[in-house]
Design a protein around this ligand. Sequence first.
Ligand SMILES: *[C@@H]1O[C@H](CO)[C@@H](O)[C@H](O)[C@H]1NC(C)=O
Ligand SMILES: *[C@@H]1O[C@H](CO)[C@@H](O)[C@H](O)[C@H]1NC(C)=O
Ligand SMILES: *[C@@H]1O[C@H](CO)[C@@H](O)[C@H](O)[C@H]1NC(C)=O
Ligand SMILES: *[C@@H]1O[C@H](CO)[C@@H](O)[C@H](O)[C@H]1NC(C)=O
Ligand SMILES: *[C@@H]1O[C@H](CO)[C@@H](O)[C@H](O)[C@H]1NC(C)=O
Ligand SMILES: *[C@@H]1O[C@H](CO)[C@@H](O)[C@H](O)[C@H]1NC(C)=O
Ligand SMILES: *[C@@H]1O[C@H](CO)[C@@H](O)[C@H](O)[C@H]1NC(C)=O
Length: 792
Amino acid sequence: MALDFCLGVTLLLSMWTTAKCDIPKEAIQMECHDRFFVIAVDLAFTGSNPHFEAVDESGVYAITKQSAAQCGYSIGVLPMLGHVELRASYFSCHTENKDDEVFTFNFNLVVAIEGKIATYALNKTCSPSLPWSPREVTCEVNYMEVSVKSEVTCPSETKKEDWNAALKSAYTSATSDWQVMLHGDERVLPMNLSEAHKRGYAFHLTDSRLVLRAPYGQPESFSAEVKGVPVEAVHATLFSRQSWVVLMVDLVAACSMHEGSYDNSGYMMWDTPEVLHPLMTSESETRVKIGVDGELVEKPVAEERGYIVEKYNGTLQISIPYNAEGAIRKSLVSGDLFEFYVFALYLEQMLFGEDQMDTRLRAHRTLATPLLPRPLYSENRTVPEQRMFTVYLGDVPEDVGLVAVHLNGQVFTVPFMNVSSHTITKVIHPNNTHGYTLKVSMADPIVRQQFSKEDGAMQHTLEINYTLTVLPEYEPFYHLASVMAFTDVSPPVFDAVCTESGISFKLDRRPFDYLWEITIGSDLLTSELADQHGYIMSTDSNSLLLEVPLFSHGFKSTEATLKGFFGTFEITMRDPETSEVQSSSVKTCPFSTTELIMCSTDGRLTVVADLSLAMPNGGNPTRTNLRDKYCGPKETDGTRALFSFPLNSCGSTVKLGKEYVTYENEIFFSKKLRALKNPADPINNIDRVTVQCTYPLSGLFRLFSVYKFESDLAGVGRILHSLQSTEGLRSPTMEPTSVTQSPVYTTRRTRRPVSMRPGYQPPAKYIKVSSFLKNLPKKKGTLQSKINPRMY
Ligand SMILES: *[C@@H]1O[C@H](CO)[C@@H](O)[C@H](O)[C@H]1NC(C)=O
Ligand SMILES: *[C@@H]1O[C@H](CO)[C@@H](O)[C@H](O)[C@H]1NC(C)=O
Ligand SMILES: *[C@@H]1O[C@H](CO)[C@@H](O)[C@H](O)[C@H]1NC(C)=O
Ligand SMILES: *[C@@H]1O[C@H](CO)[C@@H](O)[C@H](O)[C@H]1NC(C)=O
Ligand SMILES: *[C@@H]1O[C@H](CO)[C@@H](O)[C@H](O)[C@H]1NC(C)=O
Ligand SMILES: *[C@@H]1O[C@H](CO)[C@@H](O)[C@H](O)[C@H]1NC(C)=O
Ligand SMILES: *[C@@H]1O[C@H](CO)[C@@H](O)[C@H](O)[C@H]1NC(C)=O
């Protein structure tokens, strides 16, 4: 406990000691200029309200606004530069002066650090290298100062009346103390120096010079327009009667009070008359030097910086580019973003008088531009192919930062969290501006998407509201931008692959796929439809999978050969409003089977049958035929034959039921040959191959109108082998749905069921009339005999 306490005290003491003795080197800068000290202290160190105290042998003097103007101090807080600056004239009240050559300024810097007042004792000694001119006039921001060589006191051009009045006063004044007469007052009465001091004037007698200092706006000052330029002047005559000699010194300071103007071509202008006061004239042409921040520059440097000095009708006109080197720029929010520039002009006018009575006039003037609009710009750098909005926000000044971005109303603070679909990057330029590149994927959920019917394209919109702040005040303002892009939208496209048992379709979903209806034929693809037709459908937000088994509803088989056949399935994309087909995904896959039967909608039966048991040994499938012996196979191999014929031809029989019609035919091995080859073959050992096509009557059009066979649905085909079990021989009492859903097996001797179901032909509605007609009469009897008369 005791230890803790000690530690605390030690810490406190050590802190106090550091505070008292050491000021961080980088926090303070002290410089010697031609005619004044410059003390600059970092505002980060001092806080916003530092104080200075001047120190001399007689005491410590707080530098207040009033005392500063009287005593030769100027204090400026420059938040834009981050420091507070104190300029002290070499003739300032409490500066130690050795022979007008070595000046020492002792002062205290008083700051409040964490609520505690800390005082730093500091000093700076300077020896200006520039010799003093006989007369030196300084037009500071808060005072005028004039110093003259005290040895030379012969004024040449004093106005007669003033001079006489002064003389008279000097004679009548009984004292040897210095008196002063301030011209400009109506009553020119002499006063002693302490009286003048009370009135705000300061007089110093240095080693070799007499100094007068006066704040601006004194009652005794002159204000007048000279050559159209406002000028303020102070004119004092100092005198002293030393027995029979009267010493008189005329002190005059005159300064241009022009406030500066901004011409809209980007120049700050400042005017001063060449001759500011009748007592400040020049025998030869005045010489002008210009600079910034209390430092004059050589003419070529000034020219390079774009400073222009023109003599015009008795005035000097100074023009400085608003953003010239040395200008301080500041952003400001007033609804929109504005900026202004502040320029600390420093000017020297040399006036050359008789007998080398030269006058050096130095003026400090702070020029500020009005508020200039500082528009930021945003540029649409979107490349639509990248499916990414790219927006550049440019010309952002140094003292402005981006803090947040509203994207379609949703706020994101900067820097963005790591989200790949929108990013923002800062781009820094050498001209003290920076910019931000915003990238937002068009697929980002924050991007508004709207399908535009007229353009037939997807419209992506992004409204951007940038929130920027001006530093260091953090004053916010907003910049708006809006970008829009169209992307072509194409109907969805399925990827399809052939599988052993069918065709598998896959769709990667896009957000705008709702613009199309996905249909199979004319039916909307729904899970109910999939259930009904035996499709296997699985769907999530990203993809849709559809597996279409062979011969399911919508499956089309074509080009049957002995090698196999092609199965085709088509998914169509339709406009939901017009039902117009806009695109389709079609996949055709090869399939191979041993046996196959197809009953087409246009009335053709195509069959590939295994005849290995229907033929005697050594039999040849080429020798097979249908009931009509002239109807032979189209194609054969060692054991199989392919027949393709119109349902009503080749000796087919027709069985008409209440709801179904069945066409039947048979494949024979040529009897003649059979008998010849092996007469002993019992006929019962020969496999009889029957082929059937069954169509629901409801779907048939004009069954008997002779010219056409047209069915809504393909028929259900069967191949019946007599040598096998009779399972497959059941008469077709199928429900249309069960027919299309459950496989119909053709049975073979191996008893291996082949997954095979009746297939479709494309709806080629009109068959060749001639062949149909040719066959019709032959079959008429059969047909009629088997038709239920009720059907007529
Ligand atoms: C001036 O300051 C220095 C330290 O910066 C110090 O050593 C010196 O004593 C000071 N002089 C006076 C006269 O205070
Ligand atoms: C200066 O003049 C004022 C008023 O005229 C007078 O009161 C004062 O005593 C004088 N001071 C000195 C030091 O003579
Ligand atoms: C020059 O200045 C005088 C007075 O200051 C004025 O009358 C005159 O018009 C000026 N001349 C020009 C050309 O501006
Ligand atoms: C974002 O990710 C990068 C690398 O993936 C990382 O370097 C960075 O720090 C992350 N930024 C934030 C804000 O998480
Ligand atoms: C700054 O430089 C950038 C890049 O060179 C340019 O786009 C921008 O216009 C410049 N801005 C100003 C204010 O000069
Ligand atoms: C931009 O965002 C700011 C801050 O949310 C809001 O005050 C301002 O109204 C917005 N501007 C527009 C045009 O939406
Ligand atoms: C932006 O750029 C894209 C791509 O160049 C263009 O399609 C769009 O019309 C542009 N304008 C706006 C306001 O988004």
